[in-house]
Design a binder for this molecule. Structure first.
Ligand SMILES: Cc1cc2nc3c(=O)[nH]c(=O)nc-3n(C[C@H](O)[C@H](O)[C@H](O)COP(=O)(O)OP(=O)(O)OC[C@H]3O[C@@H](n4cnc5c(N)ncnc54)[C@H](O)[C@@H]3O)c2cc1C
Length: 404
């Protein structure tokens, strides 16, 4: 009998395991991951940015966890000698109509307690000599890291605490018993007193296995990237972002210097026809049918038809993708860019057609379900883990130590 079983070995599941181990050092912790390695899905295919928290609504979990998480992630990387760099970023307005939105972002940064500065187009060039813009905002605390390495370390620390980590183990059923819950998997059954669902792209389905209805469905949005050829990496010193459309939960295609020195451009945001579909041709009938028969999706599609269409065009036309990037760096040419990895975001969409804006953590009976943990959840992972542990009633563990 385990005290806690975590479903999902992405950055949120592993950080939760680590936080549980810190809070309850003698608890029996189990982490179940269906893939053959940690951080296989969202976490292992993201942009590798340690976000500062400039974008998020003041008072939201995203704003708080990201600002605090930015600092705790940097400290964690320092403590465990994981490569990272606080390189800062620039957000730049390239059209007149974006200037008020840029100012809003600057104000939001201040409200969220983040060190930001308004900078002129000339000052932007001091940071990013090849950027063409009207004005910018400098965000000082943004950084880059390798989240796969971070996850590896989280897993090591859980194991050190005596945690049981199982790869290749997919949870297929959750059965409630008098004592707790039985998790049926492809590798046999596991009994636990408490379940924590951190299943990312499948978190809504896992919640339903646990008899919790999140009143939302995960809609998968693929983000495709190009990479600058090595001879052109000099065009980007750090992180260059456009002013995002505030009605949209994504940041717009941008340039990201990765911790290995490569420079990625993207990601766009297109509906994926498979929850774990990394290629344009990937298709899964169940995943596809679920989205197509979900009335909320059509409400969303109607609202964002224009933006959605632009994203589809950008996905199929390299020229359109390059044009978006040229707004930031006019010198970038199509031949400077080669396609690279893609990631799929798990974005929860509520039954009323609204995207879930904040992190969403739902309590069930002897369970907690993380039903929306999109960006900046990698940055915020240490804080999300701690917050989840706080949601778990203390007697949950007491009961177990008494039984031992
Ligand atoms: C393209 C892209 C770029 C991003 N860029 C950034 C960024 O720069 N900075 C940032 O902070 N965030 C970024 N994010 C967001 C960030 O990566 C995610 O918010 C974060 O990784 C979510 O972690 P997770 O553990 O919830 O999900 P995941 O990493 O997807 O992990 C969930 C795990 O659950 C497992 N699982 C699912 N179902 C089961 C089951 N039944 N049994 C067992 N295991 C199961 C899956 O295999 C998976 O490994 C980005 C995301 C994407 C997609």
């Amino acid at each position: 009998m385990y005290d806690f079983a975590i479903i999902g070995g992405g950055i949120v599941g592993l950080s939760t395991g680590m936080a549980l181990g810190n809070r309850y050092p003698d608890a029996k912790i189990l982490v179940l991951e269906k893939e053959s390695r940690w951080a296989f899905h969202q976490t292992g295919n993201n942009s590798g940015v340690i976000h500062s928290g400039v974008y998020y609504k003041p008072g939201s979990f995203k704003a708080k966890f990201c600002r605090d998480g930015c600092q705790s992630m940097v400290e964690f990387c320092q403590q465990h000698e994981i490569p990272y760099e606080v390189c800062g970023k620039v957000i730049v307005a390239t059209e007149e109509r974006e200037l008020p939105l840029l100012e809003n972002l600057y104000q939001r940064g201040l409200q969220n307690g983040i060190k930001v500065a308004r900078i002129t187009a000339e000052e932007v060039k001091e940071y990013e000599p090849y950027v063409n813009c009207l004005a910018g905002v400098r965000v000082f605390s943004t950084g880059i890291a390798d989240y796969k390495r971070v996850c590896q370390k989280y897993a090591e620390l859980i194991q050190k605490q005596g945690g049981d980590l199982r790869l290749n183990t997919k949870v297929e059923k959750i059965i409630r018993t008098e004592e707790g819950q039985v998790l049926e998997t492809n590798q046999g059954t596991f009994e636990t007193r408490f379940v924590i669902n951190c299943a990312g792209l499948h978190s809504d389905r896992v919640a339903k296995l646990g008899k919790v209805d999140p009143q939302a469905k995960i809609v998968p949005f693929r983000g495709e990237y190009y990479e600058l050829v090595p001879e052109k990496r000099y065009l980007v010193k750090g992180l260059i972002y456009p002013v995002p459309n505030p009605a949209f939960p994504f940041l717009g295609v941008h340039f990201t210097r990765m911790i290995d020195g490569s420079v990625h451009a993207g990601p766009n945001a297109v509906l994926s026809l498979k929850r774990e579909g990394y290629k344009k041709t990937d298709f899964d009938l169940r995943d596809f049918a679920e989205v197509m028969t979900y009335p909320a999706f059509w409400k969303l599609a109607a609202k964002h038809a224009d933006e959605g269409m632009k994203e589809i065009i950008r996905s199929f036309s390299k020229a359109a993708f390059v044009r978006s990037l040229q707004r930031l760096i006019p010198e970038v040419k199509s031949e400077d860019l080669v396609p690279t990895h893609a990631g799929v975001r798990a974005q929860a969409l509520m039954n009323d057609g609204k995207l879930v804006d904040d992190f969403l953590i739902i309590k069930g009976q002897n369970s907690v379900h993380v039903c929306n943990a999109p960006s900046p959840a990698a940055t915020s992972s240490i804080e999300i883990g701690k917050a989840i542990v706080e949601q778990i009633p203390a007697q949950q563990h007491l009961q177990s130590t008494l039984n031992v």
